[in-house]
Design a binder for this molecule. Structure first.
Ligand SMILES: NC(=O)c1ccc[n+]([C@@H]2O[C@H](COP(=O)([O-])OP(=O)(O)OC[C@H]3O[C@@H](n4cnc5c(N)ncnc54)[C@H](OP(=O)(O)O)[C@@H]3O)[C@@H](O)[C@H]2O)c1
Length: 248
């Protein structure tokens, strides 16, 4: 059993919930954050909207009062937007970046003093969409590319404090994420191609344990994306136009 504490945003469903269950099974104390009830056993559940400054500082003080320290902060809460750049309105774009990027960076800064004391880890849930453009998901790709660049530049900045930053880039995971996304469009069906969040959660735990910097999940997709991006971008664009119905 570990006496370490993990703070996870977005524990009421999907990947966040699976990570909360998994880390708890590994003996960690879990403080989970979401706006709707988590529906799982946690040591502390905080009902909060992480896009609000007052909620973020309340999360920090509730965690500090309950546990006194934090070893891992997992910035997981996020949402999608399925729209072309032409269709997406300004308020949707701002709301996407408010949650996926600004809230994530602010949560990290909120917990830095505690993470410095524990020489802990920041785990940021980015996406494989940060690695390659996807039409009708361009804003989401951009928000996750921001998360990846935040993570990669933060790591050397925090090295002197003994804090590691683990960037996680999942491919498609079956969580109902698309159904909850903003925008009118929906991704084309890809039956059987998305994995459940439980195995990803165990991979995140192992990557943390090994002190890894990056986790691509599934691992093969990292190379597939690099090859497509580097060698087959024209073919990829033509195919994207077809599957997203972007032809004339
Ligand atoms: N599913 C995928 O295919 C996939 C692939 C790559 C990366 N990701 C990333 O993985 C993360 C989790 O995705 P998921 O598929 O598990 O999504 P999900 O099932 O929709 O879960 C999102 C979680 O974020 C919470 N949340 C949303 N807005 C919030 C807010 N303002 N304040 C606090 N919590 C908030 C939601 O809880 P409440 O609504 O109760 O607040 C929910 O618990 C996201 O960052 C996503 O971009 C997902």
């Amino acid at each position: 059993m570990s006496d370490q504490t993990v703070v996870i945003t977005g524990v009421s469903s999907g990947i966040g919930r699976a990570m909360a269950v998994n880390f708890r099974n590994h003996g960690f104390k879990i403080a989970g954050v979401s706006r709707s009830p988590a529906g799982i056993d946690l040591d502390l559940w905080i009902c909060a909207d992480i896009t609000l400054e007052e909620d973020r500082s309340r999360i920090r003080s509730e965690v500090e009062n309950s546990f006194g320290s934090v070893d891992i902060l997992i910035n997981n809460a996020g949402k999608g937007l399925y729209a072309t750049w032409e269709e997406a309105d300004e308020s949707e774009l701002r709301s996407l970046f408010e949650l996926n990027f600004f809230a994530l960076t602010a949560m990290t800064r909120e917990f830095l003093p505690m993470l410095k004391k524990s020489r802990g880890t920041v785990i940021n849930i980015s996406s494989m969409a940060a690695q390659i453009w996807i039409p009708c998901m361009g804003a989401y790709c951009a928000s996750k590319a921001s998360v990846s660049m935040f993570s990669r530049s933060l790591r050397p900045e925090l090295k002197k404090y003994g804090i590691n930053v683990l960037e996680v880039l999942p491919g498609q995971i079956n969580t109902g994420f698309s159904a909850r996304a903003m925008g009118e469009r929906r991704p084309p069906d890809s039956p059987g191609r998305s994995a459940g969040p439980e195995r990803l959660a165990e991979s995140v735990y192992r990557a943390w344990k090994h002190g890894d910097k990056t986790l691509f999940y599934p691992g093969w997709m990292r190379w597939a994306v690099m090859i497509v991006r580097g060698l087959f971008s024209r073919f990829y664009d033509r195919r994207s136009i077809k599957i997203w119905n972007l032809g004339e």
